[in-house]
Design a protein around this ligand. Structure first.
Ligand code: GLA
Length: 387
């Protein structure tokens, strides 16, 4: 009997050792594969002397996403066309200095603390008035001049063999750009095996504050950055949008899109009504408005289709709004990555977010974040082909 027990004990020990070794091998394998699907290289040096790195994520299909630790900027993102050809479909500069010296269009950047505009660059929170950076006429835009798009983020490569991920972290000190509270933000970019870029945001604070995080990539699914995006077809799952005043601040009205140029409920060419005489289109110099998305929770909210290349981009988010911006301020001042200049309306953005000026508009969903709470949000840009 004693012999049998000894034998069983020995067998159990051997089995445990075997499983343990196998686990170790697997995690070693995961690490080395992770290195294979995330490449790190030197990108450039800022005027302040910071060395910036570029992280290239690649999936099994050959799709690539390039991210730098300056502004968490996506400098390149490839997507297949109907012939299976992967091309870069996001606007960007040809030289690092374009991003480092102001990035006037916010190309590819992470936006915070507050995406979009805050009227008169001020808001009242818990009875106290906060004056924030005024960088857009009378208003504050995209977190101020030194917003998150100008910050150096810590990047940690994570993920697995199938889906490389980067975890970006930035700690914004109490009072930065006028906002209260020390805000810790993490953003995880994941390139999935089905050609989607998932963006997961989290933020915590040590004092009551406001937060509205987004991503400011400009897309041109033609892969030719001098071609206007007016030939792209857009569908937006939104019955209403937010009319704006002359400085692009929502008036508080929620207007039905039906019968207006803002109706994208069924697929419509972006160019169809972009030069309409509609007062709101004129104020936006095209489309530069927030649509109130139908439904709640993570759901598909937009589909963009470019018939020339067959490229399709589907956007899903858990946010209440999306700023559809048709690149009206692109002004031909910079070279594009495919030659020529970045002319008017050669890129569009679908910035998922809370409504603009929410801190001042009590009828809008709250953007207040308190100590002990965690802001969490997810947006997915998925690329495919329609033949
Ligand atoms: C946002 C705004 C636009 C413009 C761009 C940056 O998308 O809605 O009005 O300021 O950023 O050029």
């Amino acid at each position: 009997m004693k012999k049998i027990i000894n034998y069983l004990g020995f067998a159990l020990l051997t089995a445990l050792l075997f499983v343990g070794c196998k686990k170790e091998n697997q995690s070693e394998k995961a690490q080395s594969t992770q290195m294979e699907n995330i490449q790190v290289s030197d990108y450039g040096v800022t005027a302040k002397g910071d060395s910036i790195k570029k992280y290239t994520l690649t999936n099994k299909n050959g799709m690539k996403v390039e991210v730098i630790n300056f502004g968490g900027i996506i400098t390149s993102l490839t997507a297949p066309d109907k012939d299976g050809k992967y091309e870069d479909v996001v606007l960007g500069f040809t030289k690092p200095e374009g991003y480092f010296n102001g990035n006037p269009y916010y190309f590819g950047a992470l936006i915070g603390r507050f995406g979009n505009r805050i009227a008169n660059a001020k808001f009242i929170l818990d009875g106290k008035t906060y004056d924030i950076d005024k960088n857009d006429g009378p208003n504050s835009l995209h977190g101020g001049k030194e917003g998150f798009h100008t910050k150096i983020w810590t990047i940690e490569p994570i993920g697995n063999a199938e889906a490389p991920s980067l975890k970006l972290t930035y700690v914004s000190n109490d009072g930065e750009e006028g906002y209260p509270g020390k805000l810790t933000t993490t953003v995880v970019y994941t390139l999935t095996k089905d050609n989607a870029l998932e963006i997961a945001y989290e933020a915590t604070t040590d004092k009551t504050t406001v937060v509205n995080l987004t991503q400011h990539s400009y897309f041109n699914l033609s892969g030719k950055f001098t071609q206007p995006i007016t030939d792209h077809e857009l569908q937006l799952d939104a019955d209403q949008f937010l009319p704006v005043n002359g400085t692009l601040i929502p008036t508080g009205e929620r207007r039905n899109v039906a019968g207006t140029p803002f109706d994208f409920k069924t697929p419509k060419l972006i160019g169809k009504d972009i030069n309409s005489d509609d007062e709101q289109v004129k104020l936006g110099k095209g489309f530069d408005h927030n649509w109130i998305l139908n439904g709640t929770g993570l759901r598909k909210i937009a589909t963009v289709y470019h018939s020339g290349t067959g490229r399709v981009m589907e956007v899903s988010t858990d946010q209440p709004g999306v700023q559809f911006y048709s690149g009206n301020f692109l002004d031909g001042k910079f070279d594009t990555k495919t030659g020529g200049k970045n002319e008017h309306r050669t890129g569009f953005c679908l910035e998922t977010q809370h409504f603009p000026d929410s801190p001042n508009e009590t009828s809008f969903p709250t953007v207040v974040l308190k100590p002990g709470e965690k802001f969490q949000s997810k947006t997915i840009y998925k690329f495919s082909v329609k033949k």
